[in-house]
Design a protein. Structure first.
Length: 322
């Protein structure tokens, strides 16, 4: 009985379609939800085994008055990856990258992508090219965000061509393509340029191209010469959120893998992010009190409290074919 039961369990495990392993390389914080802290929980809830490398590790995100911590360099990244490789535990089905603050670290990521694909040629690489928003580059410099401009060249020439899926916001799409996005036609032009760089799927996670009071997401996919274009509208909420882009990229990775359908994956991802945002705002405003601006602590994403929304999203926003 025991050997037979063991054999059955092994077969179920090895044949499971959800046996996916994600290597997530991005920032992390001890307290709060940004970077790996924002991406890991939803991926695990959705059945993905997640390994994390922190490009930076801070006490909290940099929107607080004070933050402390460490910034990893390319040697640190190499050391960690070499440890995985030496033990032959570097087989992943997916790679997810987010905020990276140094050129050498980003270049090392490019080397690692190629090495991971030698181990698994079917690796899916989802790249969130975190560089800025609202017309400004972001990153770490004292108590300000700043991404060195030399990262842009590495993204264009090395990283984006290696990616299967890229999820820039409007500003990042402009930076990568040198196309000023003032209309939806501009956005599709920029997204085609990104396709031409290599990625099969391009998603602009947020833009100001919608009617007043709305933001717009755009998604494009090219498979075997067939193109899909989708637009999805979301309400604009006048609050500062940190970690929502990381949540977006992680959920998109998960639902594209599960559903194999860009339209459905986009609808589920946006619905999850909006559910988390709404729960966060309600909680923060209640804590802050009437007429008071919520603090960064009060505005931390209510991620854990949104577990049910992540596992079983109610689609509240429709992706319209364009």
């Amino acid at each position: 009985m025991t050997p037979a039961r063991f054999t059955i369990l092994m077969n179920v495990t090895m044949d499971s379609p959800d046996d996916c392993r994600v290597l997530s390389i991005q920032s992390s914080v001890v307290s709060g939800y940004v970077g790996n802290k924002s991406a890991t929980f939803p991926l695990q809830v959705l059945g993905f085994d997640v390994s994390t490398v922190n490009s930076v590790q801070f006490s909290n995100h940099t929107g607080y008055k004070v933050f402390k911590g460490q910034v990893l360099n390319a040697d640190d990244m190499s050391c960690l990856y070499d440890g995985l490789k030496s033990n032959m535990i570097h087989h992943y089905t997916h790679l997810l990258t987010g905020y990276i603050g140094s050129k050498s670290f980003l270049e090392k990521v490019g080397e690692i992508v190629k090495d991971l694909r030698e181990q698994n040629p079917n690796l899916t690489y989802v790249c969130d090219p975190v560089m800025g928003d609202n017309g400004k580059m972001v990153g770490l410099s004292g108590d300000l965000w700043y991404v060195p401009k030399e990262l842009l060249e590495v993204y264009r020439e090395v990283i984006v061509p290696l990616a299967d899926i890229v999820t820039p916001n409007q500003f990042e799409a402009e930076m990568l393509t040198e196309v000023k996005i003032e209309t939806e036609a501009d956005a599709w032009k920029a997204m085609q340029i990104l396709h031409d760089m290599g990625p099969k799927t391009v998603v602009i996670s947020s833009s100001d191209l919608g009617p007043e009071g709305n933001i717009v997401g755009l998604a494009s996919s090219i498979t075997n010469g067939c193109k899909e274009h989708y637009r999805i509208n979301m309400p604009y909420i006048p609050q500062v959120f940190v970690g929502t882009g990381d949540l977006f990229a992680a959920c998109l990775l998960a639902w594209i893998q599960k559903d194999k359908n860009l339209k459905v994956a986009l609808e589920k991802t946006v619905s999850i992010v909006q559910a988390v945002i709404q729960r966060t705002v309600c909680h923060a405003l209640r804590l802050a009190g009437k007429g008071n601006k919520p603090t960064p602590e009060q505005m931390e994403l209510r991620l854990i409290q949104s577990k049910a929304d992540i596992e079983h999203p109610t689609i509240q926003f429709e992706a319209v074919p364009v």
